[in-house]
Design a protein. Structure first.
Length: 148
């Protein structure tokens, strides 16, 4: 029986793949049309070489077509494009919640050895100096806040 869950990866080794024999595995480039076949998709470090705009377009496409997805990545900047964040380590979930709420836990994340996305770190530093009140996830919003 084949699952409706699909893993897209270019770097899963054969030993790991054995654990997911019930899943559809795509190990090559994919098109948006390829994704319409599935109701759930896991991206496993496959988007690291994509531009931010490409990733945003992809995530919007998946949401519009009601395709659930998980983006497994070690790229801290990509987490800014997600609604929910799960940080996994030592074979367990270390912290999870809405992305911005998780990222606000700066001290815990640093203690876990997890880097903050640049915009979050910059926002927190500017907050410390009383220059802004909120955390901004993009340059334009931060620039507007600083000049107002």
């Amino acid at each position: 029986m084949t699952s409706d869950m699909t893993i897209i990866s270019t770097n899963l080794n054969k030993n790991i793949l054995k654990n997911y024999s019930d899943y559809n595995i795509i190990t090559t480039e994919f098109t948006y049309d390829d994704l319409l076949k599935y109701s759930k998709v896991i991206f496993y470090n496959v988007l690291n070489n994509k531009r931010e705009e490409e990733i945003k377009d992809l995530f919007n496409y998946l949401k519009e077509h009601h395709i659930a997805f998980i983006n497994v990545t070690n790229n801290e900047e990509q987490v800014l494009l997600t609604d929910y964040l799960i940080i996994y380590g030592k074979e367990k979930i270390l912290i999870e919640g809405p992305t911005l709420e998780v990222l606000k836990q700066e001290k815990l994340l640093k203690r876990l050895g997890i880097a903050l996305p640049f915009m979050v770190e910059l926002s927190l530093l500017l907050q410390d100096y009383g220059l802004i009140k909120d955390i901004y996830l993009d340059y334009k919003s931060l620039e507007d806040a600083l000049w107002n």
